[in-house]
Write a protein that binds this ligand. Structure first.
Ligand code: ATP
Ligand code: MG
Ligand code: MG
Ligand code: MG
Length: 478
């Protein structure tokens, strides 16, 4: 089977400790004092102020394994879960950091040593591809001359792309904050898997999988969109533990690694689904991690903000259970398996176990009251469709009466090749709001509930706009 995920996490931390890095615990998924961030989405979040130069720590090199959730905000993978081999809502990001200490050269040398040295991961070099930012000749030369990556496997990622998840070698944690050009390492999982190399038109397939991003932190972006050079060039890296585990365990999909197989086994048992390849089992195994970790870190399901994102993920998981024929509550029964798998590395799961189970069970019991009826309404509406669009009033009724978040309805529609009439839905919502303004109101605040959906909108356009500016700053050597 290869090395366990728990071993790989520990090897990474040890490797960078041996290079003078201080081991720092993961921060909470709920960002402290950072209203620009929905959930912690990268290892660098807790070090934001160190990059900005406003906080000094006792160390200038750090290493961590950070809990991340990407289910809203700038980095949102909720819609990818169940569709790609490599995306989760919750994942662990292994990262090494330099705060004005080393820069491009050492970062690249360390990354390569960890991946390819027989003393560490010992990966075959010819399977690794590298991308650099289009104008970053320095990084290109380092990879090509110092490390010896041939030009055939070394790709400059230009700024001619706007697709939602096409490669982008300028990394930013959010709309504001530290950012910079990056260099990424990909692993070729081999022929027979659909997808082209990075930078090619079909790069979004799952053959060449991005495993590690090394960001050269150089700028701070302020709310006006301007980029300001940081006080000192720094390094921020992130490698998905689940992706590198898949490579080390000689499996293609993250869902086939040890950690996920144990969760999928548990999900198979509680749902009674015997087919371990079933997509719903994968989604449930993914969602139990994000939901449990979010609750452990203090989130509670609610109708607004972070709590509403959590509620949406829970309801998606419950709907997948329903698809597998679960009539009874099941989701919270997966918590013990998760605690067994990850409790040693994250003790908050152990101390929070009872609370997590209670919160999930309560949410399940609530949604169970309307799920079946809602599904019937939806199935009837679909049976009557004349085209491929689900009418807005159906989407609204599901939301308003049956507690189906719009993204849940959209998820079901997508499985059946349908889209939603969002204009019609918004019109119903507007009417509802006007009605509730005139009557006395209790219950859901629709404006806030909606805001979270608004936050998850496509960001490709502003990315494109700022790129021209970034290119010129980099050319000027700033
Ligand atoms: P992708 O292009 O595959 O969506 P990304 O470029 O958005 O990944 P980064 O922001 O560069 O990812 O994050 C650093 C690393 O974290 C990635 O190289 C990958 O190994 C891991 N990672 C990112 N998103 C996810 C996810 N949703 N699930 C699991 N691992 C992830
Ligand atoms: Mg991504
Ligand atoms: Mg990427
Ligand atoms: Mg990346």
């Amino acid at each position: 089977m290869g090395r366990s995920s728990n071993d790989i996490r520990e090897m990474f931390l040890k490797f960078f400790e041996s290079k003078g890095h201080t081991r720092v615990a993961s921060s909470s998924l709920i960002p402290l004092d950072d209203p620009t961030l929905l959930f912690t989405n990268a290892g660098m979040n807790q070090f934001k102020d160190c990059f900005l130069g406003v906080e000094k720590r006792a160390y200038t090199r750090a290493v961590s394994s950070q809990k991340c959730v990407r289910a809203g905000g700038k980095h949102n993978d909720l819609e990818n879960v169940g569709y790609t081999a490599r995306h989760h809502t919750f994942f662990e990001m292994l990262g090494n950091f330099s705060f004005g200490d080393y820069f491009k050269k050492d970062a690249i040398i360390y990354a390569w040593e960890f991946l390819t040295s027989p003393l560490w991961l010992g990966l075959p070099k010819e399977r690794l591809w590298v991308t650099v930012y289009a104008t970053d000749d320095e990084a290109y030369e380092l990879w090509n001359k110092e490390i010896g990556i041939p030009a055939e496997r070394l790709v400059r990622i230009g700024d001619n792309k706007g697709a939602p998840y096409a490669s982008d070698n300028f990394w930013a944690m959010g709309d504001t904050g530290p950012c910079g050009p990056c260099t990424e390492i990909f692993y070729d999982h081999g022929e027979g898997i659909a997808g082209g190399p990075p930078g090619s038109p079909d790069e979004d397939g799952d053959r060449y999988i991005e495993i590690w991003n090394n960001v050269f932190m150089q700028f701070n972006r302020t709310a006006d969109g301007e980029l300001h050079p940081l006080p000192a060039p720094s390094v921020d890296t992130g490698m998905g533990l689940e992706r590198i585990s898949a490579v080390m365990q000689h499996v293609h999909s993250n869902y086939e690694i040890d950690l996920f197989q144990h969760l999928i086994d548990a999900a198979a048992q509680v749902t009674g689904c015997a087919d371990k390849e079933n997509k719903s089992l994968r989604v449930i195994a993914d969602h139990i991690r994000s939901c449990s970790f979010l609750i452990a870190d203090g989130a509670t399901p609610s109708n607004e903000g972070r709590g509403y994102v959590l509620r949406r993920i829970i309801r998606r998981a419950i709907r997948h259970g329903y698809m597998l024929g679960c009539k009874d509550v099941f989701f919270h029964k997966l918590v013990p398996a998760l605690v067994k798998e990850m409790g040693a590395a994250y003790p908050e799961l152990v101390s929070g176990q009872a609370r997590i189970e209670r919160a999930l069970k309560l949410e399940e019991e609530q949604f169970a009251r309307t799920l079946e009826q809602g599904m019937k309404l939806l199935d009837n509406a679909i049976a009557e469709l004349k085209d491929k669009t689900l009418p807005g009033d159906v989407v609204f009724k599901l939301y308003d009466t049956y507690g189906f978040p719009v993204d849940l309805t959209n998820d079901i529609a997508r499985e059946r090749g349908l889209t939603l009439d969002m204009k019609g839905y918004e019109a119903c919502m507007k009417e509802q709001r006007e009605r509730s303004q005139s009557a006395s109101q209790f219950g859901v605040d629709y404006t806030k509930a909606l805001k979270v959906d608004a936050e998850t909108h496509f960001h490709g356009y502003d990315t494109l706009q700022h790129r021209g500016h970034v290119m010129s700053l980099l050319k000027e050597g700033k």
